[in-house]
Design a protein around this ligand. Structure first.
Ligand code: CA
Length: 408
């Protein structure tokens, strides 16, 4: 979610090039020769290799992304507010309607319900609107020859070449994240090899051009990760007064009856229609005073998609919102709640109107936006943390700019 500014990347690129010069070129050529042999041993034709790897100009800016430390750790309430907002809920409901027939067939084939499949799609690629823009062959060839995870990326490069060789996706359509996740489902190439399916029957497993292939591949991923048809991922609960939260944690599973005996109840007061022995964990993403959840096997299946609890909770919650349920009942324990993407764009408009050079309004709170927020927080006498939360948005809404913006 937090991305380095274009300037940071440009500087790193220039430094890397000036520092490595000719050595970089010869090392890279040697590396490519090694890749050629590995590719051949893995069944990639010489023609496919030569057309796609030696032609790559290495991109050292990827190394900064590989090694970056998060400059700003995102509180869970910011993360959730951006990923599960009204826009994503409304667009997801539209996708449920548009692709109803496909989703019904996917559920028949893999046992995963439409709301869950569409929620993964919404979080992974905003329903196919954000694939990432980096050419996989450039990223993976570079990272196969530079940086600290070359062995891993070599495997991903070989699988990318296998996709090209199969004709399933054309090389120019293979764009994605800097690390090589691509298409509607943001699968890594090795995940593609294991999991992707041809669901529209055209003979190609196409996670870039085919929504049916993508939705079915997502369901196949969850099925392979242990999805239990008809079970919920979990639900929001209320803890009794004075609850000792020491036993919380996704890996700390007990029978459902263990938690019920300790006085934990659903926030909506409903009964839990699962056997008392169902393995269950208590999730407290923001501690005992924030929203609390009992989670089951299907939460773990979602978790396996990206190995982050906040990520899994976003998908799980979005799936509930797509089923018509409301926001969490218990508020996040913060005096400064997170912003939806619409509110983030509004905040950026307000900063622009005050003359801050934060680039284009994109709803993403990057380093330039955070720097401007700090200046405004200081000016308004608020805590200066650079966070784009409701407090600074409300303050700027109620505060006319020193120089009025020109009339539209
Ligand atoms: Ca297909």
């Amino acid at each position: 979610m937090s991305r380095p500014s274009r300037n940071t990347v440009a500087v790193a690129f220039a430094v890397a090039l000036s520092g490595w010069g000719p050595a970089l070129a010869s090392d890279f050529d040697q590396c490519v020769e090694g890749l050629r042999q590995k590719a051949q041993a893995e069944g990639i034709s010489r023609a496919v290799f030569d057309a796609n790897v030696p032609t790559v100009t290495p991109d050292p800016s990827l190394l900064e992304l590989l090694d970056r430390q998060p400059e700003f750790s995102t509180p869970i309430w910011d993360y959730m507010a951006g990923l599960v907002d009204e826009e994503r809920v409304e667009e997801g409901k539209a996708m449920l309607a548009t692709h109803a027939a496909t989703l019904a067939r996917v559920e028949d084939a893999y046992g995963v319900d439409p709301a869950t499949v569409v929620a993964v799609w919404g979080v992974e690629s905003n329903y196919g609107q954000v694939f990432g823009k980096r050419p996989l062959l450039t990223s993976l060839t570079t990272l196969s020859c530079m940086g600290r995870r070359q062995s891993f990326f070599r495997g991903e490069l070989i699988e990318t070449l296998r996709i090209v060789q199969s004709g399933d996706v054309a090389p120019d359509k293979l764009v994605g994240s800097w690390a090589g996740a691509f298409g509607h489902t943001q699968f890594m190439p090795s995940t593609y090899r294991r999991i992707a399916v041809d669901f529209d029957g055209d003979g190609r497993r196409d996670l870039v051009g085919s929504v049916p292939d993508a939705l079915a591949s997502t369901a196949n991923y969850l099925k392979r990760s242990g999805w239990r048809s008809g079970q919920p991922w979990g639900f929001e609960v209320r803890l009794p007064e004075g609850f000792d939260a020491a036993g919380a944690g996704r890996k700390n599973r007990h029978p459902l009856s263990h938690w019920q005996a300790r006085g934990i109840r659903r926030v909506d007061g409903a009964e839990v229609a699962l056997p008392p022995g169902t393995p269950t964990a208590l999730l407290l993403p923001a501690g005992a005073t924030g929203p609390a959840f009992l989670v089951f096997k299907n939460f773990d299946a979602i978790y396996s998609y990206n190995a982050a609890e906040s990520y899994a909770l976003a998908i799980a919650h979005l799936s509930d919102r797509l089923r018509g349920k409301g926001p969490f009942v218990t508020p996040w324990p913060t005096p400064d709640p997170g912003l939806s993407r619409r509110e983030r764009r509004e905040l950026q408009e307000l900063l622009l109107a005050r003359g801050h050079d934060i680039g284009e309004v994109d709803g993403m709170i990057g380093s330039a936006t955070r720097a401007a927020i700090k200046l405004e927080q200081a000016r308004l006498g608020l805590p200066v943390d650079g966070r784009g939360g409701l407090r600074i948005l409300d303050a700027l809404r109620g505060d006319a700019p020193a120089t009025p913006a020109p009339a539209q």
